[in-house]
Design a protein around this ligand. Structure first.
Ligand code: FAD
Ligand code: SIN
Length: 524
């Protein structure tokens, strides 16, 4: 079955949905997602969205904080653009119906997070992402030009390669005509032709054993673009959130928002000692790379598997009204944050690198745009400032929309796109190799490519990845496609990109810390 659509959007998080609502006034839109419509990283966002609202905050201060967190390698032009334009994008979100908390004076109740010099985080209790996702889906449901298909798994971008023409990474000139997508309800691969494709597939926390990201976060869009020979950058910068709730058997890991530290909570060793002042003047509210590395160090020194977050100084009513979800979760685990310390440990959280895009979200594959966590825009540099990602997604989706609607009328559908080639494949005899290899990959990324890396471990990771890659590719060649197998392939592609980028970086920057390198900056 072949379908033709003006705008194809892969992903139903903030990036995909906010884009869909805009391009839908110009053409037919199809949003596809491999899971339920709201199963996204977006839904789990807690802390909120960073933006300048009132004095004494200013755009210049937000820019300075973003540049500082990014450790000197952000693209300053992009930082200025996102922070300036983001304010209008948030107003749009509010017009669509997002309810950000206000205080008794009727102004926004602004929270603080690590690396921010002012209170500037707009939020909806500790469920900001769920509120945004709800709003966007409500708007999508009302729009006559948008179809949203769930359980449709994008496999690969269709390019000249599928027309029998070989293209190389260096030759450029690669064009995209749509995607092949596996319908998980019929088990058939569909050919979806599109004039414009937005890749909005989110992050890749699932590369690691402990992550705050839901199961969908396997980096599919980045892998698809890489296989189609598009450029992917900055993959060594994997952000670990300092305070995942310690629970060795729960996956994904529940997040204890950084806004809790913004409200006054402090980190303590397992013996109850404060330690962050030894690492940074901003103590528990330093940027994430610094805090996560400090916790990692304390954990290694003590042999414990966690440190503590002490929230006992926070006013009870404040905690109950601002962090109801966190409170409920802790109480269910027998921890009363008003009396007990919460055990926390770092968890893989955010992919700073990804599909390389310009200021309009254009990748270097013609007709392919990327926005949200899968895109590498230059905003985050070596380390994302907390709550800048929802903002980035809105700004880049908007810019991609503006660029795309003026380009798409010139694009024609092709009439010789072949259907998916399943020749020589048969049903898998056993799934165990796939599940074992996924687990092994998560272990090796956790053990060898975590917060602190070294040359031996990176080499070990690469050697092991090559074995898993060989086995999985052989299986892929002879097996009918399945989501589990395709996710594994994508995760292998991404892990390879992370390891190679980590090996190539010759200085410690932001989230990349290799103990064999001489420090080029003051951050430990
Ligand atoms: P997502 O929201 O992850 O959406 C990705 C979509 O792509 C999903 O619909 C998925 O099903 C679909 N998809 C993926 N692969 C395929 C495929 N092969 N075929 C079809 N569909 C596919 N950021 C902030 O700014 N502030 C916060 O407070 C904050 N808190 C966070 C808390 C948690 C626990 C987590 C996990 C993240 C948090 N983040 C926060 C980060 C932020 O939520 C994400 O970066 C952002 O929501 C990503 O949005 P997105 O639209 O790019 O992707
Ligand atoms: C949090 O609430 O701590 C997450 C914020 C973010 O990832 O930006």
């Amino acid at each position: 079955m072949q379908q033709k659509i003006d705008f194809l959007i892969i992903g139903s998080g903030i990036a995909g949905l906010s884009y869909a609502l805009k391009v839908a006034n110009h053409g037919k839109v199809l949003v596809i997602t491999k899971a339920n419509r709201d199963e996204t990283n977006t839904k789990y966002a807690q802390g909120g969205i960073a933006a300048v609202t009132y004095a004494p905050d200013s755009i210049e201060k937000h820019i300075a904080d973003t540049l500082d967190a990014g450790d000197g390698i952000c693209d300053e032009k992009i930082v200025r653009m996102v922070i300036t334009e983001g304010i209008e994008r948030i107003e749009e979100l509010i017009l669509w119906g997002t309810d950000f908390d206000k205080n008794e004076e009727g102004t926004f109740d602004l929270a603080r997070e690590g690396g921010h010099s002012e209170n500037r985080i707009l939020h909806h209790k500790d469920r900001t992402g769920a509120e945004i996702e709800r709003t966007l889906l409500e708007q999508i449901n009302k729009h006559p030009n948008i179809e949203l298909h769930t359980h449709l798994f994008a496999l690969d971008l269709i390019t000249q390669h599928h027309l029998g023409q070989e293209v190389s990474r260096s030759s450029g000139g690669i064009e995209c005509y749509g995607v092949y997508a596996l319908n998980l309800k019929t088990n058939k691969v569909e050919t979806i032709q599109s004039k414009i494709t937005l890749v909005a597939t989110g992050g890749a926390g699932q590369l690691y054993r402990t992550t705050t990201n839901p199961k969908i976060a396997t980096g599919d869009g980045v892998a698809m673009v890489y296989r189609a020979k598009g450029t992917v950058r900055d993959m060594e910068f994997i952000q670990f959130h300092p305070t995942g709730l310690y629970h060795p058997t729960e996956s994904p890991c529940f997040l204890i928002s950084e806004a809790v530290r913004g409200a006054g909570a402090i980190l303590r060793t397992k013996d109850g000692e404060e330690f962050m002042q030894h690492y940074d003047d901003r103590a528990s509210l330093a940027p994430r790379d610094i805090v996560a590395r400090a916790i990692d160090n304390e954990i290694k020194k003590s042999g414990a598997e966690f440190v503590f977050l002490d929230c006992t100084m926070i006013d009870k009513t404040h905690f109950e009204t601002h962090f109801p979800t966190i409170l409920k979760k802790c109480l269910r685990m027998g921890i009363d944050p008003m009396k007990d310390f919460i055990p926390v440990a770092p968890a893989a959280h955010y992919l700073c690198g990804g599909i390389s895009v310009d200021e309009n979200g254009c990748s270097d594959i013609k007709n392919v745009y990327a926005a949200g966590e899968c895109a590498r825009t230059g905003l985050h540099g070596g380390n994302r400032l907390a709550s800048n990602s929802l903002l980035e997604a809105l700004v880049f989706s908007h810019r991609a929309y503006r660029h795309g609607v003026s380009a798409f009328t010139e694009i024609n559908f092709k009439d010789n796109i072949p259907d998916w080639n399943a020749e020589g494949t048969s049903a898998p005899k056993e799934m165990i190799l796939i599940t074992e290899n996924r687990r092994e990959l998560q272990s090796l990324m956790t053990n060898y490519v975590g917060i602190v890396r070294n040359n031996t471990r990176l080499k070990r990771a690469l050697d092991r990845l090559r074995i898993i890659y060989g086995e999985t590719e052989a299986l892929y060649e002879r097996t009918i496609v399945s989501p589990a197998l395709c996710e594994l392939r994508n995760m292998i592609n991404l892990s390879y990109l992370v390891v190679k980028a980590a090996m190539a970086r010759t200085e410690n920057r932001g989230l990349h810390y290799n103990s064999d390198l001489v420090d080029s900056n003051s951050k430990k």
